[in-house]
Every structure is written in structure tokens, then in C-alpha cells.
Design a protein around this ligand. Structure first.
Ligand code: HSE
Length: 438
């Protein structure tokens, strides 16, 4: 059978990795795909004579549209990232009747609905395994492996850079900026690393997971997003004293009132497997009604792991070239006419437990004032810890763990506590999830 021709857009960390994997594992990939897969055309800027492995005989241009419009290209692999021109290139590829493989989570999260509709109309596939959790085949697991189940919730460590930073802060007491610079040098971080540390990258991925888990349209703008830049060494230490780890978690959950989509730092009991996922590794924990809990673990960023997912998609698309378009796996796991508009909950409607840290003047009656406000808001305290004031200081640190309560109620309690005369500064709030299977 004639080889499948790839047009590769981008030869950076992931593009270079993809060319290299396709070349070095060509024989085993062909045995699986049933055909040779070859890169015939690639687009990259400012490459000079520095060609990645596997592109020695490839026609390389600076004009990405030339690749998308090349009649000999069967599959366009978009590894440029970002919104534009990635969106225009993908839409043009679809218009040209070409299949697309992309690792671009921002693109899928923000424009996936229109991209999939266009692909559906043209009878082509847009595959995006590498967009979520790097090399972990999580899209395939949910879309195909769990199709018998009603999914209840998903909790994931889905940003490698953020997890790398939190791990190094906890284990080595390293400085935030210093670890971030290392993550950038290792090719883990986004072009704009605030996407990693402020949770935007994780929110892109979470909204994709939510859609394929619950059959709702992609709604990136409805993800509640909080980053890790305000996590202090102090909180990492106190969490540990209480038997928890702080992880930057993406959570999506189906509740009777609607669907939760949220990304924020979270305390997780240290005995949970997912609490022990460190460094650049990602993990996704899924609670499904028939399977129960299942955990997917692997490298979430970097050239080879991400290329592994990109190439798996290329193989999948190659295998499906001869399949009737109506019998292919639907892009968002549910048949397009079965995608429904279940309500997405605002963060104020979400119920979760909390870790609170506050500084109080060390004198009689202060604790009573705090607990009175907590009680008035129907919040139950699970654990409380008071640290002696540091020598020479007049305020003591109080740490509380609460039971589950609606976020709006916790907002009211925090507002009232911050108004107390004997409380100094802001209350630090970190959400707590038990992630138990009960
Ligand atoms: N910047 C991302 C991360 C890359 O650190 O997880 C993989 O999507």
C-alpha cells in the first residue's frame, strides 16, 4: 500500500520529537499502522542548517500554508501551538479534505466546537491525544475504554511544569522562579509560562476532559481557574503536618445541579496515590460508575512523551482512512447530535472542603470570634492548629480544616473573619479534596 504522507507544522520541541520518533521507530510503527508513514513537507521558522533527526530529506518551508495546501499531504500535524495562525491552518487543512493531528490544547479548548463541526462536515478526523496530559493516552481511555460507564468525576494533575515547581518547593525548598527557569530550559513550559503557573494550560486540558467525559460542548470560558503562584512554603509545610500534599488539580464533576469545572491548588491526603505524583509527571484519576476509580500516570510534557501521543494519533488516523466517516470514534466521545447543554456551575455553587490559614493577634477571645463566624455560616471544623507566635511577633498563625461547604458560604465567612479587629491581613484559602472512592 502507498505510504501515508505527513505535513508537519512546527519543528520545535514537540515537532522535532515527532519527526525523530517517526524516523527512528519507522519499522514498528509501519507494522502497526499497516502502511509506511513519512514526513514529506514541514514548516518551521528560523531553522537554519539545524535540522531535527528524521527531516534530512524533508522539504522544509517557512510558509505553513504551503504544507496545508500541498495536494500530496494526507495528514497535517499541527505542532505550532497558540491560537493564530494554528486555527486558520487547521481550518484550511479541513477545508482541503485533510485529516489533522494536533497537540494544541488552547486551540481545541477554545475553537474545538467549530473545528469538529467543520471536520464532521468534511468527513475528516481531527485527533488531539497529545493535547491533554502529554504522553498519557487519556483521551483514548475515556473516549473508548470507559464508554460503558457514567463518569462521576475526574481529578487530574495535568500541568507538568506546575507539578515540577510544587515538588521542588516541597522536597528541596527551592525558589519558585528558579524551578520555573529549569522547567523552561527542559522544554516543559508553555511559550508564555504564566499559562502554566496561573492554571490556564490546565484549564484548557480540563475543559477537554470535561467534554469527553460528560458529552457537553467545549466551554473554556466557564472553567474556574486559579494558579500556584500564591502558594507559599509555609502552606506546603502546614499541609504536610496535617497529612496532606498540595497539588495543582483540575477537577470536573457531574452533580445533580450541573457540571463543575475548576482548576486550583488543592490539598489531597498524602496516602492517595495521586498525591505522590511528582516532578513533571501527570496523573488523571477517574471515578466511573461501573469501573470505580482508575488512575492514569505518565510524563505530561517533554519532546518524546508528547511525540509518543502525536504519533499514536497519526497511526490511529492512518488506520481509520478506510473507515466510513460515520463509523469513526466521535471527536468528543458522544455522537455529535448527543452533545447536550448541561449547565456548568459557577464556583460559588461548588461544594468542597477548605484549608484556611490566618494570622490572629495572640490574645483571649480571638479564637472564639473566629469559630463563632464559622458556626454562623454552618461550617463544621474538621481540625484546627495554632502555632505559637514567632519570637518578637504579636500574631499567631491559625490553620483550620473544614468540612465540605458551598463556596459562597465560605466566601461570606472569610469576608467576616477578615473584618475582625484582631485578624491581620488576608485569610489564605486552599480547597481540600479527599478523592475517596466512597
Ligand atoms: N506546559 C505544559 C506542561 C506542556 O507543563 O504540562 C504539556 O502540555
Amino acid at each position: 500500500m502507498k505510504p501515508v504522507n505527513i505535513g508537519l507544522l512546527g519543528l520545535g520541541t514537540v515537532g522535532g520529537g515527532t519527526a525523530s520518533v517517526l524516523a527512528s521507530n519507522a519499522a514498528v510503527i509501519a507494522r502497526r499502522a499497516g502502511r509506511q508513514i513519512q514526513v514529506i513537507h514541514a514548516a518551521a521558522r528560523g531553522l537554519g542548517s539545524d535540522r531535527p533527526e528524521g527531516t534530512e530529506n524533508v522539504d522544509i518551508t517557512e510558509d505553513a500554508f504551503a504544507v496545508v495546501n500541498n495536494p500530496d499531504v494526507d495528514i497535517v500535524v499541527e505542532l505550532i501551538g497558540g491560537d493564530s495562525p494554528a486555527r486558520e491552518l487547521v481550518m484550511q487543512a479541513i477545508e482541503n479534505g485533510k485529516h489533522v493531528v494536533t497537540a494544541n490544547k488552547a486551540l481545541i479548548a477554545k475553537y474545538g466546537n467549530e473545528i469538529f463541526a467543520a471536520a464532521q462536515a468534511k468527513g475528516v478526523v481531527v485527533a488531539f491525544e497529545a493535547a491533554v496530559a502529554g504522553g498519557i493516552p487519556i483521551i483514548k481511555a475515556i473516549r473508548e475504554g470507559l464508554s460503558a460507564n457514567r463518569i462521576q468525576w475526574i481529578a487530574g494533575i495535568i500541568n507538568g511544569t506546575g507539578n515540577f515547581i510544587l515538588t521542588e518547593m516541597r522536597d528541596k525548598g527551592r525558589d519558585f522562579a528558579d524551578v520555573l527557569a529549569e522547567a523552561q530550559a527542559l522544554g516543559y513550559a508553555e511559550a508564555d509560562p504564566t499559562f502554566d503557573v496561573e492554571g490556564i494550560d490546565a484549564a484548557h486540558k480540563l475543559c477537554i476532559l470535561s467534554s469527553i467525559a460528560f458529552g457537553v460542548p467545549l466551554q473554556f470560558d466557564k472553567v474556574y481557574t486559579e494558579g500556584i503562584s500564591k502558594i507559599s512554603q509555609e502552606d506546603v509545610t502546614y499541609a504536610s503536618e496535617l497529612g496532606y500534599r498540595i497539588k495543582h488539580l483540575g477537577m470536573t464533576k457531574s452533580t445533580k445541579n450541573g457540571i463543575e469545572m475548576r482548576v486550583h491548588p488543592t490539598l489531597i491526603p498524602e496516602k492517595r496515590l495521586i498525591a505522590n505524583v511528582d516532578g513533571v509527571m501527570n496523573a488523571v484519576l477517574i471515578m466511573a460508575d461501573r469501573l470505580g476509580p482508575s488512575l492514569y500516570y505518565g510524563a505530561g510534557a517533554g519532546a518524546n512523551p508528547t511525540a509518543s501521543a502525536v504519533v499514536a494519533d497519526i497511526v490511529d488516523v492512518t488506520r481509520s482512512l478506510t473507515t466510513d466517516p460515520d463509523n469513526r470514534v466521535p471527536h468528543l466521545a458522544f455522537q455529535p447530535d448527543q452533545i447536550n447543554d448541561t449547565r456548568i456551575l459557577a464556583m460559588e455553587e461548588v461544594e468542597t472542603a477548605y484549608y484556611l490559614r490566618l494570622n490572629a493577634v495572640d490574645k483571649p477571645g480571638v479564637m472564639a470570634d473566629i469559630t463563632r463566624i464559622i458556626g454562623e455560616n454552618n461550617i463544621s471544623i474538621e481540625a484546627i492548629l495554632q502555632k505559637e507566635p514567632v519570637e518578637g511577633e504579636s500574631t499567631a498563625t491559625i490553620i483550620m480544616l473544614t468540612q465540605r461547604i458551598r463556596e459562597s458560604q465560605m466566601n461570606q465567612a472569610i469576608e467576616a473573619i477578615e473584618k475582625l479587629e484582631n485578624i491581620s491581613g488576608k485569610v489564605t484559602r486552599i480547597r481540600v479534596e479527599s478523592l475517596s472512592s466512597k
